[in-house]
Structures are given as C-alpha cells and as structure tokens.
Design a protein around this ligand. Structure first.
Ligand SMILES: Nc1nc2c(ncn2[C@@H]2O[C@H](COP(=O)(O)OP(=O)(O)OP(=O)(O)O)[C@@H](O)[C@H]2O)c(=O)[nH]1
Ligand SMILES: O=C([O-])CC(=O)C(=O)O
Ligand SMILES: [Mn+2]
Length: 622
C-alpha cells in the first residue's frame, strides 16, 4: 500500500476533506499525496522539479526574474468546448447552449478513466478561497491535481494554502474539483514535458457543486478554480442564492472632478477584458484602476446596491497583442514572477510574442520549440499563448480591489467583436433592455477556444461557454436581480460597446485601447447625468458633440460609420435573434421577447426612413 508515503493532512483539517482526498487517492493511485500550503518554499520546489522535468524553461533571471516558459502539447492549447459538459440531473437544466450527459453516465465514464490515472505521479491537494479570505461574498474550493503546472498556476490565480484550508471548517460549503492529465506512468517510464490525453472531459455537476476534468493541462480546462468553479459552478450557486457569477472585468474610474465609479464589463474570451481592465486613459483628468480582469461575482446588498468582488488573485491573460502601444500596464505587470505558456523564447532567454514589439527579433525559438525567423509563415507565439501573474503585481490595482464588502457597481457594459452592425456605444433604455443587449451578444470567434476563428457566434453575457445552467434561466435571473435593485432605486445603468467595427477595407474604424477611455467617459458622464444623448433605434447614443473626441484623428466619416444603423442588416440580425431565442423554447423570458418586438418596431422605422429617403432621391434620377 501507498499509505506510508502519503503526506498526512495538516493538523485540524476538516475530516470531510481528508476523507474525500483519501477516497480519490485510492481511485487514482498516485505515488504520493502532497497537501499544498501555498508557501514560497513550496512554489520554488515545484518550479525546480518542473525545470528538471523539462515542463518549464527558466527565463534569464536578469531579464525576467523568477519567470518560466511552459510549452504545452500542440493539441492542448485552448479550452475544449466540445468536451465541456454540464451534468445536471435534467438535460433541460443544462439548456441547448451546453453539452449535457446524465450525471450517472458521466460518473461511470470518469470512474473508469480515473482508475489508476495518477500512477507514477504526485497528487497535489490545493485548498483555496475565491475572493478575499474573509469576505461574505467569497467561496472555498479544494482541487486535487497531478499536474505541478496546475498547482503552481492555481497558487498564482487564487488565495491558495493553509489559511484557506483552516477556514473550510465542518459545515462550511466548499467546491470539490478533481483534475488529472490522464497520463499514468508505467514503472520506469520516462515522463514527457507536457503530459495530457487525447481524450478530454471537462465535467461539471452543478447540483453537487463538483468538477471533474480529465486529459488537459491547459488553463481554462485545468485551473478549475477559474472557469469551471468561478463561472460554471458559481453561476448555478448564484442562481440558487440570488447573486451573479459573470465573465466580467471590474474597473474603478475617477472622473476629473474626483467622483469615483465602478464598472463591470462582459466581453467574450479574447475580446478585450484584460485590456480595458488595465486601460491608460488618453483623455486628461480621468483615472482608471483595476479591480479584476476576467470574472466578477456580484450581489445586491441589504440597501439594494449591486456589490462586486473579483474572486481571482491573478491574471491568466492573452499574450499576443499585448505591447507598449496597446497595454503598457500589462507589460509592466509581467516584469518577473510570471509563468508564460506557449510564447516564443528569445536567444537571450526572454519571451516574445506577436505585438510585444513592432518588429520581431531576428531569431526566436517558437512556441513549439522550433527555430524561427521573421520570414517564417507561422506565428512565433501561439495565438492563445498566455501569461499567469499575480494581480498584486499590476501597478494599477485599485486600493479597493480586495475590499471584503466588494465595490458598488454604477455601470455595466456588454460587448463583442463585431465587424458590422453594432455601434461603438449605446445605452440601454432600462435594465430589461440592458438584459436583452446582454442576452443577444454575438461575437466573432477567437483563438481562446477550439473552432473557426472569425465565425460569428452568439455569446450571451459572454457566458455561452461558462453558464452552468440553462442560459434562458440566466436571463430570467438577471431580470429578477433587476427587480430587486429597482426596489431600492440603485439600478446600475447598462451599456453596449463594440471596439471592433470595421471599414469596407477591413481596417478598424475605432483605434481602441487607450482611446476607449473616451467611451468610458461618456458612459460615466451619462451615469452622472452630465452627458446628453439621442434616443435612437438601438438605444441612447451620444449626441454629435457629447463623445469627447478632442485630439483624436479619425478617418473621414468614421464616427458616422461607427454609429450607422443599416435596416437590412439589422432586420437580418433580428431574424437571427428570433431563431436564437427559439432554440431556448418556452424558457425565454416574456420580457426579452417583448424587447425583440420593440427592436423590430425601431428597425421598421429606420427601414421606412431609408425607403423614404431613397424615393425622395428618385425624382431627380427619373
Ligand atoms: N482592435 C482592438 N483590439 C483590442 C482592443 N482591446 C483588446 N484588443 C485585442 O484583443 C485581444 C484580446 O484582448 P484581451 O484584453 O486579452 O481579452 P480578454 O477578454 O481579457 O480575453 P480572455 O482572457 O480570453 O477572457 C488582444 O489581442 C488585444 O490586443 C481594442 O480596443 N481594439
Ligand atoms: O479560460 C481560459 O482558458 C482563458 C480565458 O480567460 C477565457 O477563455 O475566457
Ligand atoms: Mn476570460
């Protein structure tokens, strides 16, 4: 038996956790079990082992102190949505936007795969808190994993260790997260740098608050505290308990008169959350600070204010496109103590990726470990290459980012990556219209998940891959939260933005990044009652001079194009929305169907006007 060499649980550990770990150890039969305490000594030891094993390359400490590069298996580079399952008791509770397998069937499959799956490896036990240790909004979890990469990454991304473990006393709820790379080692078998399995299952049991992930070590599939817990399981907890778990960044913004606002914004994966969270305003007098870059937990408080925390402690950010001209704050954050995955390596032992600098170094080692020069016809870094770094290292973290009470949300923004149709910014007419805007987000696919890049897909609330229950029920839940906030008169205003609208030649019409501060300023001036707007077919949009554009050079006609509403294109869009809603059957809230009908009325008016204008022009042509 292994028991003699298994590390004992720390004194005083909740016996429920001990029993669960023992049961898993008997099933997975690792060589050893290590209870992680989150200490620096432990992290050093894990990193040292991974360097010896070839999983990590240590970067040149003079250029990038205490930082490492991991190269994943080439088939384990992004979230696998086709292998992600919501195993609720009833299929209808997972809904049409999730893959569903009955829990018993999934348990049987996983039980078979788990048998002996950690042979030859160490099972790490990771106790953690999502959210500040003593916040009433925080929740606990324990993950077991046989991947030291996952153990180290979880140490960066969560509040992991002894302090969290002590707080998970008997009777305290905690989420059970089980992870294996699915690559047991035969006696004497030499390990590979990035063990994984072709077969992958990312499975969630929302009713019992359990996660089982098999076969992948990539972040979104394996760092279960993040998407699996903080979004999929937490969204189901939130529905039951009256709060919201969302794929949102959180910002603190101070206007030139010193008034402070907090903003939550949902954009689909790789559509600009981290960038907006670290925005450096291009307009004078405005200050933007970071609270979170990917996930927000929001809850109405006793006074009916919407409070929010960032449940994470780190950033797992997209590397490509992150550079001095786009996100200098991220570049500054990554000075050291960072784990990079699938970026390129310079000959000096530092990292590089497309967009870090304008011109690439003359020679690199690419993300797969091959020699690379600028004449190569492939990128040096994988398009979904990532950095993992502690949030505390970010120079723009706000003073309230760990406030156990959370921050009070003044405005909510929904966005997507849309080359056409969706204007630069529009304000919802009211909360219900805002929920409709969130529910109908569509966005071009990115490299953050498998699939064809650029293809348009619906990504309601930027939660399509992350909602642990029926998406239509999520919409109803948002409407309910709105009712609750309305009673207290503190309803955050809701906006939609699109940084990605393109001109006919395919170039972006809006410069984005720092210049997005202009849109933020308009949004918060609206909240403050200081910016005029016009009632348009899609909602409230800026008047000709209320969007602060001073000092910005835009191509001719860009603003008109950024706000243009084409009746034909919008009719097609609304037809598509109707089909999209139909997929959810009678679970679609009546209020959202009503919003769709209102949208159709507004577009019909635009169509009439277009026709009128066209016929008005006709006599001249005749
Ligand atoms: N054109 C343009 N590109 C942007 C803008 N903001 C971000 N991007 C690019 O979009 C990509 C993804 O940006 P991120 O901020 O990392 O996206 P994210 O939403 O945090 O992504 P996840 O971590 O996958 O959830 C990067 O390549 C950015 O350079 C913008 O305002 N305009
Ligand atoms: O979960 C991941 O792999 C990375 C991420 O933030 C996303 O895809 O939204
Ligand atoms: Mn994300």
């Amino acid at each position: 038996m292994h028991d003699a060499s298994w590390a004992l649980a720390p004194d005083g550990t909740n016996p429920e956790i001990v029993a669960w770990v023992e049961q898993l150890a008997h099933l997975f039969t690792p060589d050893t079990v290590v209870w992680c305490d989150g200490s620096q000594r432990e992290r050093d030891e894990l990193n040292r082992k991974m360097v010896a094993q070839g999983t990590l390359v240590q970067l040149n400490p003079e250029l990038r102190p205490y930082s490492f590069l991991a190269r994943s298996h080439p088939a384990d580079v992004a979230r696998v949505e086709s292998r992600t399952f919501i195993c609720s008791e009833h299929e209808a509770d997972a809904g049409p936007s999730n893959n569903w397998i009955a829990p018993d069937e999934m348990r049987a499959t996983l039980g078979g795969l788990a048998d002996g799956a950690m042979r030859g490896r160490t099972m790490y036990v990771l106790p953690f808190s999502m959210g500040p240790l003593d916040s009433p909004l925080s929740r606990f979890g324990v993950q077991v994993t046989d991947s030291p990469y996952v153990a180290v990454s979880t140490g960066i991304m969560t509040r992991l260790g002894a302090e969290a473990l002590q707080r998970i006393t008997p009777g305290t709820d905690w989420v059970r997260a089980v992870h294996t790379v699915g690559a047991p080692l035969a006696p004497g078998e030499v390990d590979v740098a990035w063990p994984s399995n072709e077969t992958k299952y990312i499975s969630h049991f929302p009713e019992s608050r359990e996660i089982w992930s098999y076969g992948s070590a990539y972040g979104g599939n394996a760092l279960l505290a993040k998407k699996a817990f903080a979004l999929r399981i937490a969204s189901a907890m939130a529905r039951d308990e009256g709060w919201l778990a969302e794929h949102m960044l959180l910002l603190k913004v101070t206007n030139p008169r010193g008034r402070v606002f907090h903003v939550a914004a949902a954009f689909p994966s790789a559509c600009g959350k981290t960038n907006l969270a670290m925005l450096r305003p291009s307009i004078p007098g405005w200050e933007v600070e970071t609270v979170g870059d990917d996930i927000a937990w929001l809850a109405p408080d006793a006074w009916g204010r919407l409070k929010a925390i960032n449940p994470e402690a780190g950033f797992f950010g997209v590397a490509p496109g992150t550079g001095a001209s786009t996100n200098q704050t991220a570049v500054d954050t990554l000075w050291g103590n960072t784990v990079f995955t699938n970026v390129a390596l310079t000959d000096e032992g530092d990292v590089w990726w497309e967009g870090l600098t304008d011109t690439p170094p003359s020679h690199l080692t690419d993300w797969q470990g091959e020699s690379w020069t600028p004449s190569a016809d492939r990128p040096a870094a994988h398009p979904n290459s990532r950095f993992t770094v502690a949030a505390a290292q970010c120079p723009t973290m706000s003073d309230d980012w760990e406030d156990p009470a959370g921050v009070t949300i003044d405005a909510i923004i929904f966005g997507g990556r849309r080359a056409t149709n969706v204007p630069l910014v529009v304000e919802a007419r009211d909360w219900d219209h805002g929920v409709y805007l969130g529910a109908t987000i569509s966005s071009e696919r990115t490299a953050a998940a498998e699939g064809t890049i650029g293809e348009l897909r619906r990504d309601p609330f930027a939660m399509a891959p992350f909602c642990g229950y029926n998406m239509a029920d999520h919409w109803q839940h948002w409407l309910n939260v709105g009712d609750q906030l309305r009673r207290s008169g503190r309803v955050p205003r809701i906006f939609q933005v699109n940084w990605f609208r393109k001109d006919d030649d395919g170039s972006f019409l809006w410069p984005g990044f720092s210049e997005n501060s202009r849109v933020l300023a308009w949004i918060l001036d609206r909240v403050n009652g200081a910016a005029p707007a016009v009632a348009g077919p899609l909602g409230w949009t800026p008047t000709a001079d209320s969007l602060p554009l001073d000092g910005l050079e835009l191509p001719d006609g860009a603003i008109d194009k950024l706000f243009a509403v084409d009746a034909t294109a919008w009719t097609a869009e609304l037809d598509d929305t109707e089909r999209f809603f139909a997929g959810f059957g009678d679970r679609v809230p009546a209020k959202l169907k009503r919003q769709l009908a209102i949208a159709r009325e507004h577009i019909a008016v635009v169509a009439e006007r277009e026709q009128h204008d066209a016929s008005g022009a006709a006599p001249a042509a005749a």
